[in-house]
Design a protein around this ligand. Structure first.
Ligand SMILES: *Cc1c(COP(=O)(O)O)cnc(C)c1O
Length: 405
């Protein structure tokens, strides 16, 4: 393991994050670690730009351009071009904006297709849209194996998450996008578990729309804004319903009538969250500075190693792999099911090894390639085996559930 870490071309990145000694952090797929530079940037934007510059900073520090500036940097991580991505709002809100815009582009079609077990907010937002449109458009979910046959001439839009949040399974983006287009439907990808973790080529596969999250592998900070992508060919055709003043062609003309910007800015709604976006920029830049082929190679290696070690050292202890075994079909996480998943994860956390639990029975381990080491994988599996062998997990204090698991 030590040799693998020595040979790791990304090893130097770890020092660029604040990670306390002795902590093994395998939850970067839920909340990424704090880049050291983000701490400085936060202090600067709060104390100087806000504290001293006050309202002048909108121009002086170009706060107005933050959503598109950071958007262009995200674009580089997801196979999009500058001008196709904007950072704003939350992933949930962005999904609503783009799904509604897509429905408008396909009048007469009555279906949005997704999969059961997609990330809850994605389904909830689509259900909200369905209710808002009073049944004119309905959400239909179909399991992966039969999904293609549900994408038909009635389908306005297909909404899928590229890397599944529970299993880490990757969808074949090119094939499904092509299937949607074959019947004239539009395709929206949620990249929350993809950007910064696996290569994504939105324009290469001809995707229409995408959304994603800033606080996972992009290390943007808790509640960092999300982003949205609109393929250039659609930029002038989308009309998203949250038509706030920052999406206006001239926000400061203060006119009564809404006139959308003729750029990706029409994806914006209200005033950008300056603090969150400025801090997120640091995480995005850091991620963008790493070579994606090295990131992917390390992520695969960490995942393979973890599976191999759990199966060797925790054999017969009740764990079952809940992620694809083939690294080609897996994002940067590995999940195992266990009947006692919740207390087992709590026992690991008590040992300073942080993964998470997803109901009903999943232990989830995320491998952010910029700061997880091979030795962390080894130590985690040793701790897991020990917790099982000694029955340490079976203690009352590990059974109390917190609000956030
Ligand atoms: C994390 C995640 C989100 C988060 O949405 P928020 O609006 O930021 O809460 C959405 N979709 C997927 C697939 C996610 O993994």
């Amino acid at each position: 393991m030590i040799q693998l870490d020595r040979d790791d071309p990304l090893a130097d990145y770890r020092d660029r994050f604040v990670l306390e000694e002795g902590l093994i952090y395998l939850n970067g797929n839920s909340l990424g670690a704090l880049p050291r530079e983000a701490r400085n940037r936060a202090a600067e934007v709060v104390e100087q730009e806000w504290g001293q510059g006050l309202i002048r900073s909108w121009n002086r520090h170009d706060w107005v351009s933050l959503p598109t500036r950071v958007g262009d940097k995200v674009a580089g991580l997801i196979g999009a071009a500058p001008g196709e991505v904007v950072v704003a709002d939350s992933t949930s809100v962005n999904l609503f904006k783009l799904a509604a815009a897509a429905i408008r582009m396909r009048p007469g079609r009555c279906k949005i297709v997704s999969e059961p077990g997609n990330f809850p907010t994605d389904l909830y937002m689509l259900q909200g849209l369905e209710g808002f449109l009073q049944g004119e458009v309905r959400l239909e979910t179909a399991p992966r194996e039969v999904l293609s046959s549900h994408i038909d001439e009635d389908t306005a839009l297909v909404v899928l998450t590229h890397v599944h949040y529970k299993s880490g399974e990757l969808f074949d983006m090119a094939a499904i996008t092509a299937r949607a287009h074959e019947v004239g439907a539009l395709m929206l990808w949620d990249l929350s578990h993809s950007a910064g973790a696996v290569p994504v080529d939105l324009n290469g596969v001809g995707a229409d729309f995408a959304v994603g999250c800033g606080y996972k592998y992009l290390n943007g900070g808790p509640g960092a804004p999300g982003y949205l992508f609109v393929a250039r060919r659609h930029l002038n055709d989308i009309h998203q319903p949250l038509s706030g003043w920052f999406g206006h062609a001239e926000p400061f003309a203060m006119r009564d009538d809404y006139q959308p910007a003729d750029s990706i800015k029409r994806g914006l709604c209200g005033t950008p969250g300056v603090l969150g976006t400025a801090v997120m920029e640091v995480g995005v830049e850091l991620q963008a500075s790493a070579d994606m082929s090295k990131v992917r190679a390390k992520s695969r290696r960490l995942g393979e190693l973890f599976i191999q070690l759990v199966e060797a050292h925790c054999e017969g202890m009740g764990f079952a792999l809940a992620s694809p075994r083939d690294a080609e079909r897996r994002g940067s996480q590995v999940s195992f099911t266990h009947q006692h998943a919740y207390p087992i994860m709590q026992a690991l956390i008590a040992r300073n090894i942080i993964g998470d639990f997803r109901a009903p029975d999943i232990l989830r381990f995320g491998f952010a390639p910029l700061y997880v080491r091979h030795v962390d994988i080894w130590d985690t599996v040793q701790a897991l085996a020990d917790i099982m062998a000694t029955g340490e997990w079976d203690a009352p204090q590990y059974k109390q559930r917190s609000a956030v698991t």
